[in-house]
Write a protein that binds this ligand. Structure first.
Ligand SMILES: Cc1cc2nc3c(=O)[nH]c(=O)nc-3n(C[C@H](O)[C@H](O)[C@H](O)COP(=O)(O)O)c2cc1C
Length: 198
């Protein structure tokens, strides 16, 4: 039976801005899974397409000229989201500076919202990046989803059509998005009942 609840707005945050990055392959794979769901609408926030400055303003001071325009392309989309999926590689046992920069520019946009992770990298599949992101997002009053999808030695896993020939990956993606939906509904309902006390 189709759900009567309003669709969840899911923002996919693409963390890598590296030239020649692999991120679009993983993001396209994720979009394929999200497109199969009738409970979610998707907004892909690609930090390579909407770069943010790396100089934060002094406390209590407005952003530097030009900064507001850059933020306007990102911040309202994060604010509108009910849930997030971060697509992150692993850089030096952590996540990219571009992703941390986007996280740090924002605060209440993350509050009382769930964050799921799709990671990729070498042998570790980006799992060390994910574990560090959990600590960061806890500080921002977000809830991180237990399950992950991680692509280990990612370059060899995707076919010409962008698909991954492994049913376990599809199962993992469904579990991830099901958990994200549960938390997103619960937290959206809770935020509607009373503002989150950060
Ligand atoms: C600066 C840098 C550091 C990296 N460090 C790691 C690492 O610590 N562990 C790992 O498994 N892969 C590491 N890699 C491999 C990346 O995870 C892999 O190349 C991935 O495709 C990068 O994502 P991107 O192509 O979307 O930027 C590193 C890559 C770069 C560019």
């Amino acid at each position: 039976m189709p759900s009567t609840r309003p669709q969840l707005r899911v923002a996919v945050l693409v963390g890598s801005t590296r030239e020649g990055r692999f991120a679009p392959v993983v993001t396209q794979w994720l979009r394929g899974h999200l497109s199969q769901r009738d409970d979610m609408t998707v907004d892909v926030v690609d930090l390579a397409e909407t770069p943010l400055p790396t100089v934060l303003p002094a406390f209590g001071r407005p952003p530097a000229p030009g900064t507001e325009e850059a933020l306007a392309l990102v911040s309202p989309r994060l604010a509108a989201a009910d849930a997030f999926v971060f697509v992150t590689p692993e850089y030096n046992h952590s996540f990219p500076a571009s992703l941390k920069n986007a996280i740090d520019w924002h605060n209440e946009q993350w509050h009382a919202k769930p964050v799921a992770f799709v990671s990729y990298g070498g042998l570790s599949g980006g799992l060390r990046a994910v574990e560090q992101l959990r600590v960061v997002m806890a500080e921002l009053n977000a809830t991180t989803i237990r399950n992950t999808v991680s692509f280990h030695n990612a370059y060899g896993l995707f076919g010409e059509d962008g698909a991954v020939d492994d049913p376990q990956v599809d199962t993992a993606a469904k579990a991830l998005l099901d958990q994200l939906a549960w938390w997103a509904h619960a937290l959206r309902d809770a935020r509607a009942l009373s503002p989150y006390a950060a």
